[in-house]
Design a binder for this molecule. Structure first.
Ligand code: ZN
Ligand code: ZN
Length: 345
């Protein structure tokens, strides 16, 4: 089968590789019908993730079940499914507490040996371990190019918005209008805010944010913290959702929030450590939350919201390409020539 593989820093290539097969009793073999390129794929491209050459890439995918192991109960061949970007067992202590992303057995697709040695979804086929707990069935009427987002970035946007504790009438600031920031812009509005400001430096992304109901702030033109202060009578936003991961963006997320407000960070941090404004957090009674999405808890409700027409995540797709064009897709996404690229095998 064909698969996109990591070769070394800055080097990904389409290669012919062996088709994977069901090995464990809870595995499912999926014929991929759509994959997507994600910001964390760029971390891999740039050599920031420990990866062996030859590793198959891709952690955002939907497909059709081709074969299941004997212990898989919820799925059968022919079912359309979306997978979370990571596996969870569903029965360890942390899964039973509802924190599936802290599962003791978790692995991440397309991230190499260090993250569990799973296959990747930028390929013709992928094996999903712990299939009953890692996948959701796609309801009739939901297209692949909608369902694919519940496995990662739509869930992440919702998780960020939920943890920002948005109340009706609130002012929300979203830092970053990349794919996750745009998803957060959509999801924040489910909680009834009066205004959602979206901060970025790329006009094309800010235009989509505006189409999704956000109020764009171009950080190249104005200081974003000052702009939000002057739009709120000098007070600041009630909450912020950080969707970039750069320390400067996390700083903006902290400083644009009013006293008593909440900061919710979902961007993948670009540094291991940085200064933290402890005194400001204390003086202003701020709540700071950070973390990566607990996807398995959100896939089903988000599929329902898509089915009901209340979320349209496919609006952020800027390019639809073939898997064979994945190398070019990575180049374009890295150069910010594309907002979101989906790949058809
Ligand atoms: Zn992703
Ligand atoms: Zn578990």
């Amino acid at each position: 089968m064909k698969a996109l593989t990591f070769q070394g820093e800055g080097d990904v290539k389409i290669r012919e590789v062996p088709k994977p097969s069901v090995a464990a009793s809870n595995d499912a073999l999926i014929k991929v019908t759509l994959g997507a390129v994600c910001g964390s794929d760029l971390h891999i491209l740039h050599g920031h993730t420990p990866m062996n050459p030859g590793t198959i890439l891709g952690h955002e995918f939907v497909g059709v079940v081709e074969e299941v192991g004997p212990e898989v109960k919820r799925f059968k061949p022919g079912d359309r499914v979306v997978s979370s970007f990571f596996t969870s067992c569903g029965h360890c202590t942390l899964c039973r507490k509802g924190w599936f992303n802290q599962c003791v057995e978790k692995g991440t697709f397309g991230h190499g040996e260090y993250f569990g040695g799973l296959g990747g979804g930028q390929a013709d086929y992928v094996v999903v371990p712990n299939a009953d707990h890692t996948m959701e069935g796609i309801p009739d009427g939901i297209r692949d190019d909608q369902a694919i987002f519940v496995g990662d970035i739509l869930s992440t946007g919702f998780f960020g918005a939920e943890r920002a504790e948005i109340k009706p009438g609130d002012v929300v600031a979203i830092v970053g209008a990349g794919p996750v920031g745009l998803m957060a812009t959509m999801c924040a509005q489910l909680f009834g805010p009066a205004k959602v400001f979206v901060i970025d430096m790329v006009d094309a992304r800010l235009e989509i944010a505006q189409e999704l109901g956000g109020i764009p702030i171009n950080a190249k033109e104005v200081h974003p913290v000052g702009a939000i202060e002057s739009a709120t009578g000098g007070i600041g936003a009630d909450s912020s959702i950080e969707c970039v991961g750069l320390i400067s963006a996390i700083d903006t997320a902290i400083h644009c929030v009013r006293g008593g407000g909440t900061i919710s960070v979902v961007g993948v941090p670009s540094a291991v450590q940085a200064d933290f404004p402890y005194l400001r957090m204390w003086l202003k009674s701020l709540t700071f939350r950070a973390g990566w999405c607990n996807v398995q808890a959100y896939m089903r409700p988000l599929l329902e919201l898509i089915a009901a027409g209340r979320l349209r995540p496919e609006k952020i797709i800027s390019h639809r390409m073939k898997l064979e064009q994945a190398e070019e897709a990575y180049r374009m996404f890295d150069a910010r020539e594309a907002t979101k690229i989906v790949l058809t095998p």
